[in-house]
Design a protein around this ligand. Structure first.
Ligand SMILES: NC(=O)c1ccc[n+]([C@@H]2O[C@H](COP(=O)([O-])OP(=O)(O)OC[C@H]3O[C@@H](n4cnc5c(N)ncnc54)[C@H](O)[C@@H]3O)[C@@H](O)[C@H]2O)c1
Length: 253
């Protein structure tokens, strides 16, 4: 365990079965939170729970398909029924498709938007009544540098969804601020996870060349920023987007 800064908090992390979100779930648990690991990949999600419990943390797995309202509503009810509270929501689950706009079908566009943007909306809507019952909440939405820069490497649907996540975050920060609910977004730089495994290696190389710190992001890099945004150190911080990119966002030469 690292600290008890989040002791007593119940956190939902979507996408916890893999990659950056697994690292975030682990970090929140190592700092005292009870973490509901939500994902549709039950086998890998069980592995995340085992990693957390082996490390001395508290976690349990909850199956969800964030593309489906009934599944999301049932998953959040399950968390609240089990723990009696909800304090933190990290919206990490997402998909990638590398089709560019001219070749993108309506079906693929709708699929990516339904998971990467509408899925975040569904989880916030489902979490909201439980935040109210718990006296407040902290939301961290995982966007992407693409949503800030208009990046083309991951396709128009991914970029549009991630830009939408930033707008949704600001809306939530404004709308919920009187309810003691904060909302912030994080834009990770490129990381080696299953999400990027099928990306064009040339576009990854190009992105890497534009990172002043000269390396990809790790789950620990992203989890550190999440920890700040869910802890009391950021009590007066809401509606911001944090670039965790090794300086890529300021790259201009
Ligand atoms: N890896 C990167 O380079 C990178 C860069 C910028 C932003 N991001 C963002 O970081 C977040 C985590 O990405 P990652 O790279 O760790 O991805 P990942 O593919 O390793 O993990 C994503 C997880 O989401 C889950 N998921 C997908 N669809 C789901 C659904 N409908 N319902 C429930 N779970 C679902 C998957 O099962 C998986 O466990 C995502 O929001 C991603 O867009 C990643």
């Amino acid at each position: 365990m690292k600290s008890q800064r989040l002791k007593g908090d119940v956190a939902v992390v979507t996408g916890a079965a893999s990659g950056l979100d697994r690292g975030i779930a682990l970090e929140l648990a190592l700092n005292g939170a009870t973490v509901a690991c939500m994902d549709m990949d039950d086998a890998n999600n069980a592995e995340t729970v085992k990693m957390i419990t082996d490390a001395g943390g508290n976690a349990f797995a909850v199956h969800v398909n964030i593309g489906d309202t009934a599944s999301v509503d049932a998953a959040f009810k399950e968390v609240f029924d089990k723990t009696g509270r909800l304090d933190i929501l990290v919206n990490g689950a997402a998909v990638s498709r590398y089709t560019q706009l001219p070749e993108c079908t309506d079906e693929e566009w709708n699929f990516v938007i339904n998971i990467n943007l509408s899925g975040v909306f569904r989880c916030i809507r489902a979490a909201h009544p439980y935040f109210i019952k718990s006296g407040g909440g902290r939301i961290v939405n995982i966007s992407s540098t693409s949503g800030r820069s208009g990046g083309t490497w991951s396709g128009a649907h991914y970029t549009a969804a991630k830009a939408g996540v930033i707008g949704l975050t600001k809306y939530c920060a404004n709308y919920f601020c009187k309810q003691n609910i904060r909302a912030n977004a994080i834009c990770p730089g490129p990381a080696d996870t299953p999400l990027t495994a099928t990306a064009d290696p040339k576009s990854i190389e190009k992105m890497l060349a534009a990172i002043p710190m000269g390396r990809k992001a790790t789950p620990e890099d992203i989890a550190g920023a999440v920890m700040f945004l869910v802890s009391e150190e950021s009590n007066y911080v809401t509606g911001i987007t944090v670039d965790v990119t090794g300086g890529r966002y300021m790259y201009n030469n």
